[in-house]
Design a protein around this ligand. Structure first.
Ligand SMILES: *[C@@H]1O[C@H](CO)[C@@H](O)[C@H](O)[C@H]1NC(C)=O
Ligand SMILES: *[C@@H]1O[C@H](CO)[C@@H](O)[C@H](O)[C@H]1NC(C)=O
Ligand SMILES: *[C@@H]1O[C@H](CO)[C@@H](O)[C@H](O)[C@H]1NC(C)=O
Ligand SMILES: *[C@@H]1O[C@H](CO)[C@@H](O)[C@H](O)[C@H]1NC(C)=O
Ligand SMILES: *[C@@H]1O[C@H](CO)[C@@H](O)[C@H](O)[C@H]1NC(C)=O
Length: 746
C-alpha cells in the first residue's frame, strides 16, 4: 500500500527557522576580541599590522561574509571585517594564504610573513555559499581527541575558526552530566560503572553501540572533561561558532533503570557479543523517555548554556525493532519532543550515516518516516559520506529536511594517502543545484584527523567558494605555501600525488587495506586505485627537493608520509613474493622475501616514523597517561589507547580498524606479526604440513595481546634524521620498486 502524503512544505519554512535559531551568539565586541586574540596567538607582534573587526550587518541576514581591504596609512596593512568572529578569522586566513603565501595544518604551520605585509590593491569581499561549515565526526572524539588537553583543543579551535567552521560538536564532559542524571534516577555507582566504556571508546557508548568495555570512568576523568568542556564552549561561542550539544536518543540506559521502564534489548553491535553491546532502547511512548531526555538536556544546558542545536543518533549501525514507518516516526518525534521539553528552540542535528549503512532496511518509506517525525526545518541531517555515497540524491533531498554535504574521507584515523578530489571539488556544487535542494552547508567529518592535510585544506577552501577549483594549479600553489618556497620538484611531486592517490573515483572507502597493517593471511588485499609508480616518483622528487626544503617541518612531515606510503606499497610487493614462493614451495625465495620484509623494510620504516614527532606511538600513549591522576588511571588509559589502535575490543573484535603507522607500533606489533607469519610458512614448507590460518590466528592473537600488555614505554620525542633515513630507504628500495610497478599488476 502506498504511503499517503499531502503536499510538502519546502525550503521557506526550514530556512526561516534556521535563521531564527542561529541568531548572534556572542556580542560583536566579544567576537572581535576573540578573533584578535586568535591573531596574536597565530602571528605574535605582527598581528598589530592587521585590523580585525566584526560587523553582523555585513552579511545582511545571509550567510557569513568577510571583507578585506588596505586602508590608507602605514600602520595597518590589511583590514578584515567579518559578519562574525569566524567570518573574520576566515578572512584573515584568506589574506595569509593568498597574499602572504602562508599555510596552517594539523602537521604544522608555515607562517613566514613577508615584511612589510602586502597591501591589497582592491577590496575583496566573499560570502559563503551556504549557512554552515560543519566539522567533526563523533568518532573523532575517540580516535583523535580522546587525550587532548586544553592547549591542543585551543589549537584546533583556532584552526576551525581560520577555516571558517561555524558549527561543531562540543561533546566533552557529557558523561559527568549523565552520571548526575542516573544518580537522580536512583542508580548506584556500580550500576553506572558497568555502563560507561573507557575513554578511548566513548564515541560508541554515546551512539548506543557499546557499553562497559575498557571502563569504568574514574571520577577524575569527569572533572577533567568538565573543565575542558567549559573552556571549549566558551571559546567556540566567543568566536561566533554554534556548538552542538549531545541529547538523549533513547538508549543511554544503564541496566538498573530497566525494571521501571519498557525498554527492549537491541541486537549486538559489530563483532561484539552482548557482554559489551546489546544496548537497551526505551520505547518512545514510555513516559520515562521524556523524563530522562529532558532531565539530561536541562542539566546539560544548566552546566554549559546552549546554542540550541543538539545531536542524537538512535539507530546508528543498529537495526530498529520495527520497520513500520509509524514506529520510526514515533521514535524521532519522541527524541525531538524530549529536546523541546528542555529547549523550545531546539534544532536536531542527526548523522545520516544509517541510511547508507543499512540501505536494505532504510527504504524511502522508512527514511521519510524517520525524518518526518520532526517538523521540517527543525532537523539538519549530515549527509555523512556524500563524496562517495550521497543520500540526498535518492531521498529527494532528505524529503525536505535541511542537510549538510559532508566529506567523510577517513576511517579509523588510518594513515594512508587518499582522496576523492574530483568528488569534493564538484559534489557540493551539484548538491546545491539538485532539484529542490535543501542543502545548507558543507562539512568535514573524518573519523580521525591528523592525516592527509591537503584534502582538508581543499575542502575548507571549497566551503567558501561558489564554483569548483582548477585542481592541478591549486595543488602546485598548495605545495609552495606549505613549504614556504616555490620548488619545481615539490610541485611536480604534488601533481603526481593529486592524479594518483588523491584521485580515487567511484565508490572509494579510505580504509587502509594495506597488508602492512592487517593480520597476515594467504588472502590479503593488494588492490589499489592508483598507479604506484606515481608515488615512487613523488618520493624521488621530494627527496630531490630536500636540499632546499629540508628545514621546513611540513616538508619533513610529507617526506615521512610519502616514504611511508611507498613502504606500504613495497610491503604489498614482498607479500606477493612471499605468497608466490610459498605456493610454489620455493623455500629460498620465501626466506629472501620474508627476510627482507621482516628484518629490513619494516624496521627501517619504524625508524623513519620514529624520526618525526607526529608519527610516534609514544605520543599517543604518553598523552593518554598525561590525563591520569594516579598510576592506576595511567595504566587503564594506556591500555585503552593501545587496544584502540590494535585489537579494538577484548578479542580483536574490530581488529586493526583504527590501525596507525607509528614508530614503535610498526616494530613491536606489525613486524612481530609478519615475522610469525613468515616463520609459520617456512615451518609448513619444511615439515610438509599445510599452513592453517586458524592455528596461525590463535598464535598471532597472543602476539597482538602481548603487545598491549608489554609494559614498554615508547619515546614521545623523535630520534634520527628523517632525510637520511628516507634517502637510505630510497637507495635500497627505489630500483626494485620501479621494477615492480613498471612490470604492471601481476
Ligand atoms: C547497586 O545496585 C545493585 C542492584 O542493581 C545491587 O546489586 C548492588 O549491591 C548495589 N551496589 C551498591 C554499592 O549499593
Ligand atoms: C514496549 O515497547 C515496545 C517497543 O517499543 C512496544 O512494541 C510495546 O508495545 C511496549 N509495551 C508496552 C506495554 O507499552
Ligand atoms: C520540486 O518541488 C516542487 C514543488 O513542491 C514539485 O512540484 C517538484 O516535483 C519537485 N521536483 C523534484 C524533482 O522533486
Ligand atoms: C582523476 O581521474 C579522472 C579519471 O578517472 C580524470 O578524468 C581526472 O582528470 C583526474 N583528476 C585529476 C585531478 O587528476
Ligand atoms: C604507471 O605509470 C608508469 C609511469 O608513468 C607507466 O609507465 C605505467 O605504464 C603505468 N602503469 C599502469 C598500470 O598504468
Amino acid at each position: 500500500m502506498a504511503e499517503r502524503r499531502g503536499p510538502e512544505p519546502r525550503l521557506a519554512l526550514p530556512f526561516l527557522l534556521l535563521l531564527a535559531v542561529t541568531a548572534a551568539r556572542a556580542g560583536d565586541a566579544r567576537q572581535e576580541q576573540a578573533v584578535r586574540a586568535l591573531a596574536r596567538r597565530l602571528l605574535g607582534p605582527r598581528a598589530a599590522a592587521v585590523s580585525l573587526s566584526v560587523d553582523p550587518a555585513l552579511a545582511a541576514g545571509g550567510p557569513d561574509t568577510y571583507r578585506l581591504w588596505s586602508p590608507p596609512g602605514p600602520a595597518v596593512a590589511v583590514a578584515v571585517t567579518g559578519s562574525s568572529g569566524v567570518a573574520a578569522a576566515a578572512g584573515l586566513y584568506r589574506y595569509l594564504r593568498d597574499f602572504c603565501g602562508c599555510h596552517l595544518s594539523w602537521s604544522g604551520a608555515q607562517l613566514r610573513l613577508p615584511d612589510p605585509l602586502p597591501r591589497l590593491r582592491a577590496e575583496i569581499r566573499a560570502a559563503a555559499p551556504g549557512r554552515y561549515r560543519y566539522y567533526q565526526n563523533v568518532c573523532a572524539q575517540s580516535y583523535s581527541f580522546a587525550w587532548w588537553d586544553w592547549a591542543r583543543w585551543e589549537r584546533e579551535i583556532d584552526w576551525m575558526a581560520l577555516s571558517g567552521i561555524n558549527l561543531a560538536p562540543a561533546f566533552a564532559g557529557q558523561e559527568a552530566v549523565w552520571q548526575r542524571v542516573y544518580r537522580n534516577l536512583g542508580l548506584n555507582q556500580s550500576e553506572i560503572d558497568k555502563y560507561f566504556t573507557g575513554p578511548a571508546f566513548l564515541a560508541w557508548n554515546r551512539m548506543g553501540n557499546l557499553r562497559r568495555w575498557a571502563g569504568p570512568l574514574p571520577p577524575a576523568w569527569h572533572f577533567k572533561q568538565l573543565y575542558l568542556q567549559y573552556r571549549i564552549v566558551e571559546r567556540m561561542r566567543s568566536l561566533g561558532m554554534t556548538t552542538v550539544l549531545p541529547a538523549f536518543a533513547g538508549h543511554s540506559l544503564p541496566r538498573g533503570v530497566f525494571p521501571r521502564v519498557n525498554a527492549t534489548r537491541l541486537g549486538h553491535w559489530s563483532h561484539f557479543d552482548c557482554t559489551y553491546s546489546c544496548i537497551y532502547l526505551l520505547d518512545p511512548e514510555d513516559p520515562m523517555f521524556q523524563v530522562i531526555g529532558t532531565l539530561f538536556l536541562k542539566e546539560l544546558i544548566k552546566e554549559f548554556g546552549t546554542d540550541h542545536v543538539y545531536s542524537a543518533d538512535t539507530f546508528n549501525e543498529m537495526t530498529p525493532l520495527s520497520s513500520d514507518p509509524a514506529y520510526l516516526s514515533r521514535v524521532s518525534s519522541a527524541v525531538f519532543k524530549s529536546m523541546t521539553g528542555a529547549d523550545p528552540k531546539a534544532l536536531w542535528l542527526m548523522q545520516g550515516w544509517l541510511f547508507q549503512h543499512q540501505p536494505d532496511f532504510w527504504q524511502p518509506a522508512q527514511v521519510r518516516a524517520l525524518l518526518h517525525g520532526v517538523p521540517l526545518g527543525r532537523m539538519i541531517v549530515l549527509d555523512l559520506f556524500a563524496e562517495s555515497k550521497p543520500v540526498y540524491q535518492w531521498t529527494e533531498s532528505f524529503y525536505g529536511q535541511p542537510f549538510i554535504w559532508c566529506m567523510l574521507h577517513n576511517f579509523g584515523g588510518n594513515h594512508g594517502l587518499f582522496g576523492t578530489v574530483e568528488a569534493i571539488n564538484h559534489g557540493p556544487f551539484a548538491a546545491r543545484h539538485f532539484p529542490n535542494s535543501t542543502m545548507v552547508g558543507t562539512g568535514l567529518v573524518p573519523e580521525g584527523i591528523e592525516q592527509n592535510d591537503m584534502v582538508y585544506e581543499l575542502m575548507n577552501e571549497l566551503g567558501w567558494r561558489q564554483e569548483p577549483l582548477d585542481l592541478p594549479s591549486w595543488v602546485s600553489r598548495y605545495a609552495e605555501r606549505r613549504y614556504g618556497a616555490p620548488n619545481a620538484a615539490a610541485a611536480s611531486a604534488w601533481r603526481l600525488l593529486l592524479r594518483s592517490v588523491y584521485n580515487c573515483t567511484g565508490v572509494c572507502v579510505n580504509h587502509n587495506r594495506s597488508p602492512l597493517v592487517h593480520r597476515p593471511s594467504l588472502h590479503m588485499d593488494t588492490e589499489l586505485w592508483y598507479n604506484t609508480s606515481d608515488v615512487y616518483e613523488a618520493w624521488r622528487l621530494l627527496l630531490s627537493a630536500g636540499a632546499e626544503l629540508g628545514s621546513s617541518p611540513t616538508f619533513l612531515y610529507d617526506l615521512v608520509d610519502v616514504t611511508r606510503q611507498a613502504a606500504q606499497q613495497l610491503v604489498s610487493d614482498y607479500y606477493l613474493s612471499i605468497h608466490q614462493a610459498f605456493q610454489s614451495h620455493a623455500l629460498p625465495e620465501l626466506l629472501t622475501a620474508g627476510g627482507v620484509l621482516v628484518y629490513d623494510l619494516l624496521p627501517e620504516l619504524d625508524s623513519l616514523l620514529s624520526s618525526h614527532s607526529l608519527f610516534l606511538l609514544g605520543r599517543w600513549l604518553e598523552n593518554a597517561r598525561a590525563m591520569a591522576t594516579s598510576d592506576q588511571e595511567a595504566e587503564q588509559y594506556e591500555l585503552n589507547a593501545r587496544n584502540q589502535v590494535t585489537l579494538w575490543g577484548p578479542s580483536g573484535n574490530i581488529l586493526d580498524y583504527a590501525n596507525k603507522q607509528l614508530g614503535g607500533l610498526v616494530l613491536d606489533y606489525y613486524t612481530v606479526r609478519w615475522s610469525l607469519f613468515v616463520s609459520a610458512l617456512v615451518e609448513s614448507l619444511n615439515s610438509g604440513r599445510p599452513f592453517h590460518q586458524d592455528q596461525f590466528n590463535q598464535a598471532v592473537f597472543q602476539v597482538e595481546r602481548g603487545f598491549i600488555y608489554n609494559k614498554k614505554r615508547y619515546p614521545a620525542v623523535p630520534a634520527g634524521d628523517t632525510m637520511e633515513i628516507s634517502r637510505k630507504l630510497f637507495l635500497k628500495y627505489y630500483p626494485s620498486a620501479l621494477r615492480h610497478s613498471l612490470a604492471g599488476p601481476a
